[in-house]
Design a protein around this ligand. Sequence first.
Ligand code: TUI
Length: 301
Amino acid sequence: MAWVATAELVAAVSNAGGLGVIGAGQMPPDVLREEIRRTKSSTERSFGVNMMLLHPQIDDLFQVILDEGVPVVTTGAGNPGAYVPALKAKGIKVLPVVPSVALAKRMERLEVDGLIAEGTESGGHVGELTTLVLVPQVVDAVALPVIAAGGIADGRSYAAVLALGARGVQVGTRFLCATECTVHENYKRSIIEAKDRDTVVSGRSTGHPVRALKNKLTREFDRLEKEGASAEELDKLGTGKLRLAARDGDMKWGSVMSGQCAGLVKRIQPAAEIIRELNDEAEAVIAGIRSLESSEVAPLG
Ligand code: TUI
C-alpha cells in the first residue's frame, strides 16, 4: 500500500530473498518515480510495483513504470487489461490481483505471468471470497502460477495455502510491523494490539470496500452508509485517510488498513527475520503433517 510499502521496506524484503513490492496507491507520478529510483539504489535484486487501478492519474503512473523499467508489476482494485500489452512488450512481468475466477480467466487470456488470488481477509481494498475458497478455485481454473494473499501471517497459513495449490504467498499486514516499514509507530502499535475481530469492511455501497481497524473513521463511514450517503460523499470521507494514519499516526480519523490476521502479529522485527520465520515455520508445519501420516493418531488411518 502507498505510504506503507516504500523503498525502505521493499529493498529490505528483496534483499532478504522475497520480492518487495512498492505500493503506488494514491502516489503522484513523480513520487512513484522517486520511490522506484530509491529502491533501485538500495537493492540489486528484483522488486515490483503494485498499481492501484482506481488512481485518477493511472495512465501517468503506468508511463512512469514503462520509463523506469520496473521488473514486476502487480495490479489491484480493477481489471488491468488495457495496460498489459504495453507492459509485456517491455518484458515486465505482470501479476494481477484477482478476487474471482471470472477475472482470473480473463487475465489468463491476456497471457499475464501469474495471478495473486487475494481473499477478503486482507487489508485495504477487498473482494468477497475468503482465501480458503478462492485460491483452490482459481488454481483449478487457470494454468498460471497462483500466489495466495489474504490472512497469511505465519508459517501455518503459508503451509495451508501451499496445500490449496498456491505457489507462493503475498504477505501484507505482518510487514506493517517490519522494522524497515516507515509507517508511524502508532500504526505498528495498533496492529500489534489488534485482536481477531478488530477489523471491519467499510464502503461496500461505493463499490470500493476497504478493510481497516475499527475506529472513529469506520464508525462515521457506517453511519453515513446507513443514512444512504452517496458514493461521492463516502469517497470524499475516505480520501487521504491512509496517509493520515500511516504518516501522521492518527489512529482515530486515519484509515488504519489491516488484514484480519493482525491478531497474529506480535512484534516489530526486521523484514529478513519475518521471512526466515515464515519459511522455517512452514517447513516445520509441513514436516509435522507428514509425521502425522505415520503416527498412531493419524486422522486418515
Ligand atoms: O488493491 C488492493 N488493496 C488496496 S488498494 C488500496 S487504496 C484504495 N483507495 C481507494 C479506494 C480503495 C482502495 C488499499 N488497499 N488489493 C488488491 C485487490 N484487488 N483486492 C481486490 C481487488 C480487485 C477487486 C475487483 C481486483 C479486481 C477487481 O476487478 C473488478 C473487475 O473489474 O472485474
